[in-house]
Ligand binder design. Sequence first.
Ligand SMILES: Cc1ncc(COP(=O)(O)O)c(C=O)c1O
Length: 366
Amino acid sequence: MRNAIRPSVARLPLFGSIPTADSLAGSGPAQALLHLNECPYPPSPKVVAAIQEHAAGLNRYAEPRPERLSTMLADRTGVPANRIVIGNGSDEILALISVMTLEAGDNAIMPTPSFPRYRIAAAMQGAEPRLVGLQPDGSNDVDALLAAIDDRTRVIYACTPNNPSGAPMSMADLERLVHGVPDHVLLVMDEAYVEFDQFEGGVGALPVLQGRTGLWASTRTFSKAYALAGLRIGYALCGSLEVAESLVKVKTNFNLNRLAVHAAVAALDDQAYSDRCIAAAVGERERLGARLNGLGFRTLPSRANFISFDLGRNSVPVMAAMAVRGVLVREWRDPGFETFMRISIGLPAENDRAFEALKDSLVATG
Ligand SMILES: Cc1ncc(COP(=O)(O)O)c(C=O)c1O
């Protein structure tokens, strides 16, 4: 008789622990944390004040569907508040989408390399993650995503701008995807970095999604542009009440913490602060990109708070050598992309440090 652990869970890879600001605290000189696409700036002072104000209220649970926050998001996006579901990070929402849609034998179509949650969450359900490669510029390959659909497809993910490559989808690609996915298949657009794209004139997927007759959701987060990664709060804009209410059915009732909810409201109230963080990231990304190009590396076009490029040799030893020099970056890991590296945009001095560490590490690893 098999033990209690479901085979689909037993088969999942166990990821090693990821260094974080807390795990590294007190372990020598400050490291440049350029491996998690976090915002290098602290949250807005208004957010910090809101957290302080509400800390004494933590004996009470948060609203399962925070009304004020949902209304603020509705005002900004045009998606009615009753079609917005707030999650413990958008990662939670992405995981719940699999629970809501996938059974053993079903498949979920997703870009690769991209955010690993789509694949892990599908595999956990005993469903088949159907991986579709990117276009040469790093954006999602719409024709290949559409071609992968069959009668067991329940959900199809797209990521724009895509992590780890950085490229957003073009408007023509968005149109083809949004109108090409059959109505009964849930189209999930992961827009974790949409605010960075919008800052540079992008419109994101929402205007196109609003014209879709079938099922859809757009997932977004306060972790990046609003500097709240450590609080865990994200949300889904849903195309219908059915999708929103199904997500609510599969989530735990009190999935949110009150500080995160109040902090998110305060962060939206201080959009100017977020805009400054975004502007700094975009400016620094361009500066670092130009320096990398100067070294002869071809950087991928990015509309997010990170930049990726092909080192032309295995990136793992170079990454390790950079870590020794106090700079944490990320290799792509995916088969076929062993020579790629992603650098999250940090403070100007951290980006300079990353550049110097890269140059030294290239020499050190020969
Ligand atoms: C593409 C993408 N989606 C979703 C997430 C999850 O973000 P969070 O759970 O912090 O909202 C990330 C985080 O890095 C991401 O890169």
